[in-house]
Write a protein that binds this ligand. Structure first.
Ligand SMILES: [Zn+2]
Length: 165
């Protein structure tokens, strides 16, 4: 039986991000392309997220392990740095999973027309616990460099915001 590309994508949806176990590498938008080479090997193109997140080797290893469990042994994982990964590549399903996990998902990037500033901090974030928009930035760096720490002024719960990037 021949494995097709769709099947590979389905298997990759089971590979979770090492830092946020509820979200898969596919939902994150890290896996860019899946193809079979002429010699039958599986070629996977991944784009790293934040350079500050040292998870790419772990992710490549997890992808390899997952595919090996399904009998795929010839695997080439390549990484591509441009275009750079952006939180806009995250799937809507992925954003929903983040929210349910208690992390405010990245907002669409707001880019000033003049091109001078990206107004990320000006965003009114909704608290993932109670939905209140009455939230404040506590620190640009939360549990990892990819996240900022916010606190809800209504339910007083702190929460991570996955920064738009
Ligand atoms: Zn709240």
């Amino acid at each position: 039986m021949k494995t097709d590309v769709d099947q590979i994508w389905q298997w990759l949806e089971q590979v979770s991000d090492p830092e946020i176990p509820v979200i898969s590498v596919v939902d994150l938008g890290i896996v860019r392309e899946v193809a079979f080479a002429e010699d039958g090997s599986c070629e996977i193109m991944i784009t790293p997220t934040y350079s500050g997140c040292p998870a790419m080797e772990v992710i490549a290893q997890e992808i390899t392990t997952a595919l090996q469990q399904h009998g795929i042994h010839k695997i080439h994982i390549n990484s591509r740095l441009t275009p750079a990964w952006t939180t806009d590549w995250m799937s809507e399903a992925g954003k929903e999973k983040l929210k349910n996990y208690g992390i405010a998902p990245p907002a669409q990037k707001v880019i000033d027309i003049s091109g001078i500033s990206r107004k990320q901090q000006a965003l009114a974030l909704n608290c993932p616990q109670c939905g209140s928009a009455n939230t404040r930035l506590v620190s640009q760096f939360g549990s990892t460099a990819c996240k900022a720490l916010y606190r809800c002024a209504d339910c007083l719960e702190p929460f991570d915001y996955f920064k738009a990037h």
